[in-house]
Design a protein around this ligand. Structure first.
Ligand code: BTN
Length: 327
């Protein structure tokens, strides 16, 4: 743990009371002057830290910025996800950054955030708008020990983690649209993009890319998306704390990813089914040049969607562009 991470952690656990420079210095094994210098740096970054001769340092307010040490301090110990975190002010696509890291020795679970992406991408080669400081745009390096056939499980567990963390942090209930969309009131608020580097029988690495429209105003979406997409801020009517949400999502992902590794997928699949608005609906799915039409019934143990066609047979669909027919 580095010094800023430790200081922020200590300040957060003493929110009501404050912590003295002497206590921080003893606890962290550095001089009071070093503590003071780091506190000054944190203030420059926008952290409102009050200093009083009676109570010591108190964290009054955190800025709306993604700061790797702050995210680590909020996250605490995790099994895999978030043991290392990097934040870019601007990059083309965080999935590309992680892909680059993957070819080196970067450990599994490394997370890359960007305040802004200039070439954010969604599924099927679509552009993903990622304006500065308005959302959470991040990617995680995974090295799952599962067969490539089980790769859809990554999207499934990520979707469950997203809806749970969003609900815990904001009280907003979101739903999952297979395979990778998170919706609120029928409008898309987040998307998941899993990219794999795999051999026939082994996943070399998976890149789990997540984009969440957190604090965009309706006017900040391109005109053609305004009726299709929304943000957590638009739904809740107030700005949402991005760093707190980011930490909650990473924590939840870490919990589910550990279960995925030990092939304990059943409970995650049930949670997914509870939150999925696609199941039980008449769907039309474009799979390459083919269209599969029928009722979305369930997902199988690998995360593929099972669709009963009007001829009665069940088709297994692992990806595609789904539209749901209205009742
Ligand atoms: C989709 O809904 O089509 C998936 C959208 C995924 C967007 C995220 S933002 C972070 C990461 N980097 C990218 O370029 N894409 C993903």
């Amino acid at each position: 743990m580095n010094l800023d991470e430790s200081i922020l952690k200590a300040l957060r656990s003493a929110t009501g009371t404050g912590v003295s420079g002497a206590d921080l210095s003893n606890k962290l094994g550095v001089s009071r002057a070093a503590i003071w210098a780091r506190i000054e740096e944190l203030r420059q970054l926008g952290y409102e830290i009050e200093a009083s001769p009676h109570t010591g340092y108190t964290l009054k307010k955190s800025p709306d910025v993604l700061h790797a040490d702050d995210l680590r301090s909020r996250l605490g110990e995790t099994d895999t996800i978030g043991r290392s975190i990097q934040v870019f002010q601007s990059t083309d696509s965080t999935n590309d950054v992680v892909q680059h890291l993957a070819s080196g020795t970067t450990e599994e679970g490394a997370v890359v955030f960007a305040e802004e992406q200039t070439k954010g991408r969604g599924r099927l080669g679509r552009h993903w708008i990622s304006p500065k400081s308005k959302g959470l745009w991040f990617s995680i390096l995974l090295r799952p020990k599962t067969h490539p056939e089980s790769a859809p499980r990554l999207t499934i567990m990520a979707a469950v983690a997203l809806v749970e963390a969003i609900e815990n942090q904001t009280g907003i209930e979101a739903e999952i649209k297979w395979p990778n969309d998170i919706l609120i009131g029928g409008k898309k608020v987040a998307g998941i993009l899993v990219e794999l580097m795999a051999e026939t029988d082994r996943i070399r690495c998976g890149i789990l890319g997540i984009g969440i429209d957190v604090n965009l105003r309706r006017s900040q979406f391109p005109a053609d998306l305004r009726d299709l997409a929304t943000s957590l801020r638009e739904v809740s009517g107030a700005p949402v704390d991005r760093p707190a949400l980011a930490a909650a999502i990473l924590k939840t992902l870490d919990r589910y990813y550990s279960r995925l590794e030990i092939s304990d997928f059943g409970p995650i699949a049930r949670k997914w089914e509870d939150r999925c608005s696609t199941l039980g609906r008449e769907v039309s799915i474009q799979v390459g040049s083919r269209i599969v039409e029928g009722t979305a019934e369930t997902i199988d143990e690998f995360g593929a969607l099972m669709v009963r066609t009007r001829f009665g047979q069940v088709e297994r669909v692992t990806g595609g562009d789904v539209s749901m027919k209205r009742f």
